[in-house]
Ligand binder design. Structure first.
Ligand SMILES: [Zn+2]
Length: 201
C-alpha cells in the first residue's frame, strides 16, 4: 500500500507597515504568510503543487484569505508570495528516486561486467542459468575447463520462472554425464540471451 496525500508547510511571514487593517483600521499590523503545498509519498515531499497563504492583523487578529482581501492587502500579499521561493526539500522525493535509480543502474552494470569476466575465465562450479524452452528455465554447471572448451552437467529439471531457480541448483538435480561446449559457443549463447545469468559462489 502506498501512502500519499498533500501537506502544507509554512515558508515565510513578513509584516507590512504601510497598509491598514480593513476591520479595525490599525495601520502597520498586517502580516502576510506564505505556505508551500506539496504531494507526499510515505511522508516524503515529492512534488510541489504551488503556494498559498493569508494575511493577519496582529491588532484585532482577523485573518484574511486571499479572496477576502481588499486591493491593498491583495497587492501586499501577492508581492510577498511572488518573492517567496519554494524550498528545495519540497521536491526531496524526486532526488531520492533519482538516487535509487542511479544506484540500481550502477549495480546492474557491475553485475553484467562480472558475468562477462566469468564467461572469459570459466571456473569449476560456475552455474549458468539458461532458457530451456518457452517459460522453461534451467541451469548448467561447469565441471571441467580446458583451453578451448567448458564441460558441464545438465540440470535434469526445468523451472517455470527465472526467479527462485536456485531451488533446482542442487547436486542431486544434475546429470551424471558431462557435456562439452566450446568457449566461443558459450559466449554466443550468452550474447543471444539463451544464457541470461552466470553465478559464481
Ligand atoms: Zn485589525
Amino acid at each position: 500500500m502506498v501512502i500519499y496525500g498533500w501537506r502544507t508547510s509554512h515558508i515565510k511571514t513578513e509584516g507590512n507597515n504601510q497598509i491598514s487593517c480593513p476591520h479595525c483600521g490599525e495601520k502597520g499590523g498586517i502580516y502576510n504568510s506564505v505556505y508551500g503545498r506539496y504531494v507526499h509519498i510515505f511522508w516524503i515531499p515529492t512534488l510541489s503543487i504551488g503556494k498559498t497563504g493569508a494575511a493577519q492583523c496582529s491588532h484585532c487578529k482577523k485573518v484574511y484569505k486571499p479572496k477576502e482581501m481588499n486591493d491593498d492587502l491583495k497587492r501586499s500579499y501577492k508581492t510577498l508570495k511572488s518573492d517567496t521561493r519554494i524550498p528545495f526539500w519540497h521536491f526531496s522525493g524526486v532526488a531520492i528516486i533519482a538516487i535509487i535509480i542511479a544506484l540500481f543502474t550502477i549495480n546492474d552494470k557491475a553485475e553484467a561486467q562480472n558475468e562477462l569476466e566469468y564467461l572469459d575465465n570459466p571456473m569449476i562450479g560456475d552455474v549458468y542459468e539458461y532458457k530451456a524452452d518457452k517459460n522453461e528455465f534451467s541451469t548448467l554447471k561447469v565441471v571441467e575447463v580446458d583451453e578451448d572448451s567448458v564441460y558441464f552437467v545438465y540440470n535434469n529439471y526445468n523451472y517455470s520462472q527465472k526467479s527462485g531457480i536456485e531451488a533446482i541448483d542442487v547436486d542431486s538435480c544434475y546429470s551424471n554425464e558431462a557435456y562439452m561446449v566450446s568457449r566461443e559457443e558459450l559466449k554466443a549463447m550468452y550474447n543471444d540471451g539463451t544464457i541470461y545469468d552466470v553465478n559464481r559462489k
